[in-house]
Design a protein around this ligand. Structure first.
Ligand SMILES: *[C@@H]1O[C@H](CO)[C@@H](O)[C@H](O)[C@H]1NC(C)=O
Ligand SMILES: *[C@@H]1O[C@H](CO)[C@@H](O)[C@H](O)[C@H]1NC(C)=O
Length: 540
C-alpha cells in the first residue's frame, strides 16, 4: 500500500524536527563535555591555594572556606597532623600577614563574630603574589568551545534553550503563572498605598548637572565636536544611577558612562517590558551637560547595549567593550580608534586629559575659564558568569565582562604627552568595580579581590534573580551581591539592575526588601550596599 500525500508530509516534518532537536542536543552535550574537561584540567594545573580565603571567610571558619571552594584540595577536617605542604605554606602566609588561621580557631565561636571590614593596604585584598595572579588568570581565562564563548566558573551548568523553554512554557504557565508578569507593579500603581510605596522605594530626581559640571558657556568646537563642559572639581568622585546598569560615575574627575540604555523598552515589542519609572534624564540632556570620557560596555544584551545611543555619544569618548563587540559598534558609527576590546584579565591604560572649572576666573565674563588636568585611566576586564546574544544566530560569539578601574592623577609636568604610568601618579588611585550581569561564584569573586582589590566603590546588580533554579547561575541574588562586597573588598557599593524593567519572576520591590533584610541581619555596615534613587548624585 502506498503512503498518502498528507502522511508523507507529516513524516517528513516529524523527521526534520527530531533531527533538528537531536542536533542541538548533541551540540550542547559536546559543548558541555569539552567545557567540563577543560575546567577539570585547569583546576589541576592552577590550584587556588588557601591564601585565597578572604578575611571574612577565615573568621567564619572552615565551612565558609569550603563554600568558597578553595580548600577543596586540602583536608577539610583541619587536623594539623596531616598538613600538606600547601597548608603549611598557607599558614605561614596567613601568619606573615597577621591574619587569623581558620584551623586554629573554634568554628562555632568564630561563626558568631561579625565579618571583618575590608581594610586597605598590604593586606589580603590585592595581595596576590605574581605566581598567584598568574594562576588566577589561567584558571579564569576566557574559553571558546566550538566557536562560542563559555563560562569558566565551577558553578555553571549547561542550560541550553531547554531550561529557558521549561521556565517560560511550563513553569510560568502552569506552576507559577507569570505570563506578561510585571512584578506586580501595575497593581501597586492602582492603589494609593502602592503608589506611595513606589515613590518611596523608587524615587526619581532630576540630575543636578550644575553640581557635577560647570556649563561650558561657549559653542566652541574642535575636531572632536563641541567643547565638553568642565568638571567642578579636579578630584571629583561621584555616582549617579540612571536606570538598569546605566550609571554616570566620576573618578578623580574622569567621567564614565556605563551600559547606556535610554529607550522605554529594551526591544520594541509587546513581549518586552516597559520602564517602570521615568528616566532622570534623556540621552540628549546627558550629552549636552556631561563630559563623557569613557563608556564601559559589559555585554551585548538589549538592556545593556542600546545601538541608538551609540552615534550620539561625543567623539572624544572611548568605548571599553568585551572581545567581539567592535564590529557592531563600528556599524553604528563608532570609529575603530575609539574602541578598546578587552578579553578577561586584559588591561589597558588610557592617558586622558580632563577640563576642570577654574574657580578664580570663573566669574569674569560669560565664559568659564578652565584648566586641563591629566589622568591615567587604567581598566582591566574580569570574568562574569553570563552569556551574550542579540540575535538567535550570534549567541556567545561575543564575550561578557565586568570591569576593574583605577584612575591615577598624573598632574606632574608632562614630559611625554601620551605616556600614562601609575609611577608618575601623585596620589593613591581611585578604584571602581563595575559588575556586569553575573551569577555568584565565590571562587571567582575572591580571586578578583585577591588580584585587583580592594575597591573604593563597586556597582553591583541586585535584580532579575527569580526563579532561582534557572537564574542562579546568570544573575546574583541580593544576598550574594552583599557577599561580593566582602569578597572584593569594596568600601562602598551601589545597587543597580533592579526597579527598571521587570524581566524575571520576583516582584518589583523584592530586591529592595531583601537588601534591607540582608544588611540588617548580617552586616556590620548599613551602607555596605546602597539602593539609591534614580538621578541622585552620591559623592565618595
Ligand atoms: C551560551 O553560553 C552559555 C553559557 O556558557 C551556555 O549555557 C549556552 O548554551 C550557550 N549557547 C550556545 C548556543 O552555545
Ligand atoms: C586667571 O586668568 C588670568 C588672566 O586671564 C591668568 O593670568 C591666571 O593665571 C588665571 N588664574 C587661574 C587660576 O587660572
Amino acid at each position: 500500500m502506498l503512503p498518502t500525500k498528507p502522511h508523507q508530509i507529516k513524516t517528513a516534518l516529524v523527521s526534520i524536527t527530531s533531527l533538528y532537536v537531536a542536533g542541538w542536543g548533541f551540540y550542547y552535550l559536546a559543548q558541555e563535555t569539552i567545557r567540563r574537561r577543560e575546567l577539570a584540567s585547569r583546576k589541576r594545573k592552577y590550584p587556588l591555594r588557601a591564601p585565597l580565603l578572604p578575611p571574612h571567610a577565615i573568621s567564619a571558619g572552615v565551612r565558609v572556606a569550603e563554600r568558597v571552594g578553595v580548600l577543596a584540595h586540602t583536608n577539610s577536617k583541619g587536623s594539623s597532623s596531616s598538613s600538606s605542604p600547601d597548608q603549611l605554606e598557607a599558614k605561614k602566609i596567613l601568619k606573615q600577614r597577621g591574619l587569623p588561621d581558620a584551623s586554629e580557631h573554634n568554628e562555632e565561636a568564630d561563626a558568631l563574630s561579625p565579618p571583618a571590614t575590608p581594610t586597605r593596604g598590604p593586606s589580603w585584598y590585592g595581595g596576590a603574589t605574581d605566581s598567584e595572579v598568574s594562576r588566577i588568570h589561567r584558571r579564569f581565562s576566557s574559553l571558546k568551545v566550538l566557536g562560542r564563548y563559555a563560562n569558566v566558573v565551577p558553578e555553571w551548568r549547561e542550560q541550553g534553550v531547554w531550561e529557558w523553554a521549561a521556565w517560560k512554557l511550563c513553569y510560568s504557565l502552569f506552576y507559577k503563572p507569570r505570563i506578561w508578569w510585571d512584578g506586580g507593579f501595575k497593581a501597586d500603581q492602582k492603589t494609593h498605598e502602592g503608589r506611595q510605596k513606589i515613590d518611596m522605594l523608587l524615587p526619581v530626581e532630576r540630575i543636578k548637572w550644575d553640581q557635577l559640571f560647570a556649563s561650558s558657556g561657549t559653542a566652541a568646537t574642535d575636531s572632536n565636536g563641541p567643547t565638553p563642559p568642565a568638571v567642578r572639581e579636579a578630584a571629583q568622585s561621584s555616582f549617579t544611577w540612571i536606570g538598569q546598569s546605566t550609571c554616570l560615575i566620576q573618578l578623580e574627575g574622569v567621567t564614565i558612562l556605563t551600559d547606556p540604555v535610554f529607550s522605554k523598552q529594551p526591544v520594541v515589542s509587546v513581549f518586552s517590558p516597559t520602564r517602570m519609572r521615568p528616566m532622570p534624564c534623556n540621552i540628549h540632556e546627558l550629552v549636552a551637560n556631561a563630559a563623557i570620557d569613557v563608556v564601559l560596555l559589559t555585554h551585548n544584551h538589549f538592556d545593556h547595549l542600546d545601538i541608538h545611543v551609540l552615534p550620539l555619544i561625543p567623539k572624544r569618548a572611548t568605548f571599553i567593550v568585551p572581545v567581539g563587540l567592535a564590529p557592531l559598534l563600528q556599524q553604528y558609527g563608532v570609529e575603530a580608534t575609539r574602541i578598546v576590546e578587552l578579553d578577561w584579565w586584559q588591561q589597558r591604560r588610557l592617558p586622558l586629559s580632563i577640563r576642570v572649572a577654574s574657580k578664580d576666573n570663573g566669574s569674569s565674563g560669560g565664559d568659564t575659564t578652565t584648566i586641563e588636568r591629566r589622568r591615567c585611566f587604567d581598566v582591566t576586564a574580569v570574568p562574569a558568569s553570563h552569556w551574550s546574544a542579540r540575535t538567535p544566530l550570534d549567541t556567545n560569539t561575543t564575550l561578557w565582562n565586568s570591569y576593574a578601574v583605577r584612575v591615577y592623577t598624573d598632574d606632574q609636568a608632562s614630559t611625554a604627552p601620551r605616556s600614562c604610568s601609575p609611577s608618575s601618579a601623585v596620589t593613591e588611585p581611585r578604584s571602581l568595580f563595575f559588575c556586569g550581569d553575573t551569577g555568584y561564584s565565590p571562587s571567582l569573586f575572591t580571586a578578583i579581590g585577591r588580584a585587583l582589590g580592594p575597591f573604593d566603590v563597586a556597582c553591583l546588580p541586585i535584580g532579575s534573580y527569580e526563579p532561582r533554579w534557572h537564574m542562579q547561575i546568570q544573575h546574583m541574588h541580593v544576598t550574594e551581591s552583599v557577599q561580593v562586597t566582602r569578597d572584593i573588598g569594596s568600601r562602598r557599593a551601589f545597587a543597580m539592575h533592579w526597579g527598571t524593567w521587570s524581566m524575571s519572576d520576583e516582584t518589583w520591590d523584592d530586591p529592595y526588601w531583601q537588601l534591607h533584610k540582608e544588611l540588617r541581619q548580617t552586616s556590620d555596615d548599613p551602607e555596605r550596599l546602597l539602593a539609591v534613587p534614580f538621578g541622585k548624585t552620591f559623592w565618595f
